[in-house]
Design a binder for this molecule. Structure first.
Ligand SMILES: Nc1ncnc2c1ncn2[C@@H]1O[C@H](COP(=O)(O)OP(=O)(O)O)[C@@H](O)[C@H]1O
Ligand SMILES: [Mg+2]
Length: 382
């Protein structure tokens, strides 16, 4: 498919009425360093290309968003070479620089990182109004997208949650009844070994089903934080280790907790935070099958911009089997599990607690293998 080419007649530059000779004479020229500084100082990503598809300018945010290493040799390179890892983006720019369509406010998912960018393309015209190139302005929308996704999830849960909570409650009672009656039968049939084994299985399955119901309720219940302004993470993390160890037996897994002494506290609900880290640790223990190590490291990330808050960053890293890239973006989805008896709700609850604390959570794959969950929580302002 070829797009209609835009051909502009070479006309004289439109002269602004009232523009005096003096203002024209003092107008900055394209060679003016001010223009370069203007482009490099913009917060949005900027890539400018000439009509022959060569790079005229790339600013630092563009490199950062695209995950490219800046190089002075980039100016003058073919844009398709600079963006070899992002063929879709290269195509949009090349097509535009050939006089094609100039999309406005379009979203595109980057191939290399999965990040979503929003971009706008504009013509670059010289004084005569002749088109000399094309410029793309773009912004990383990942954070915006995450917020929208959370909003959607919250809406879905509001309606779905009520129903699930009602069903879970209804199931809980008969389940307890079955377990009790199985216990009664066990006593009545105390001399039949076969019956004992079967009844033990029934009781075991009842307990499992009950654990699922409890988790579903935990998940769908709207979260109500009992906020405290100064929660010290050290004790919360150590309690989480104790709790997780009691439930998912860690065997020979070594657990280390490293909290700097001068770490600021966080505003939060200590019980919910403990639950959050317990869930992460249980997953680690379950993934590792009794050997390896889990390291919990806490650090402080100072705010980069004014008006932003310092963040306490908690890394929970294990050296287990890791999470394959094709399932990595689904692990936070409710009911996603790779375990035969998993509920797939552990990480959904984690995410819910993190959201309620205005924090965020990322999944990282350490280069040496294993899994790392990075939780950031706003620090208590001092
Ligand atoms: N530390 C980890 N190592 C490997 N896989 C993990 C880890 N944490 C979570 N996962 C994966 O994420 C999935 C979802 O976890 P979760 O929501 O807690 O549900 P569940 O534990 O019931 O499966 C797990 O089934 C597992 O595949
Ligand atoms: Mg789990």
């Amino acid at each position: 498919m070829t797009e209609p080419r835009i051909r502009r007649p070479r006309t004289a530059a439109p002269v602004r009425p009232g523009a005096s000779a003096r203002t024209r004479a003092t107008r900055a020229t394209a060679g003016d360093p001010f223009f370069r500084h203007l482009v490099t100082s913009l917060r949005n990503g900027v890539i400018a290309v000439t009509n022959d598809g060569r790079v005229a300018a790339v600013n630092a945010p563009a490199y950062r968003i695209l995950g490219l290493e800046p190089s002075p040799q980039d100016t003058g390179r073919a844009v398709s070479a600079l963006l070899a890892g992002e063929p879709e983006l290269a195509r949009v720019l090349t097509r535009a620089s050939e006089g094609g369509h100039l999309p406005n406010r379009v979203e595109l998912r980057l191939k290399s990182s999965g990040r979503v960018i929003g971009y706008t393309l504009s013509e670059v015209n010289d004084e005569q109004g002749t088109r000399v190139g094309t410029v793309m302005f773009f912004k990383d929308l990942t954070r915006v997208e995450q917020l929208e996704e959370r909003e959607r999830l919250r809406d879905r849960l509001a309606t779905l949650g009520e129903m699930a909570a009602a069903i879970a409650h209804e199931v809980k009672n008969p389940l307890a009844g079955i377990e009790v009656m199985a216990g009664v039968l066990k006593r009545q049939l105390s001399d039949s070994r076969e019956a004992q084994a079967t009844l033990n299985d029934i009781i075991h399955e009842c307990k499992l089903a009950n654990a699922i119901v409890v988790e579903v309720l935990e998940f769908v219940r709207p979260i109500r934080l009992e906020m405290e302004q100064h929660v010290a993470l050290g004790p919360v993390l150590r309690e989480a280790v104790t709790l997780a160890s009691a439930t998912a037996h860690p065997g020979k897994i070594a657990v280390s907790v490293d909290v700097p002494a001068d770490l600021p506290e966080v505003p939060g609900d200590p019980n919910q935070l403990r639950q959050l880290f317990t869930n992460l640790l249980m997953n680690a223990f379950e993934a590792m099958e009794g050997r390896g190590s889990v390291a919990i490291r806490v650090s402080l990330a100072r705010a980069e911009d004014e008006g932003e808050q310092d963040q306490v960053v908690i890394d929970v890293q294990d050296d287990g089997p890791g999470i394959s890239p094709d399932v990595a973006d689904r692990v936070f989805n409710p009911f996603f599990t790779t375990k035969p008896k998993g509920t797939g709700l552990g990480l959904s609850i984690v995410r819910k607690v993190v959201d309620a604390h205005d924090g965020h959570i990322d999944l990282r794959m350490p280069p040496g293998g294993g899994t790392c969950f990075k939780v950031s929580l706003p620090a208590t302002s001092q």
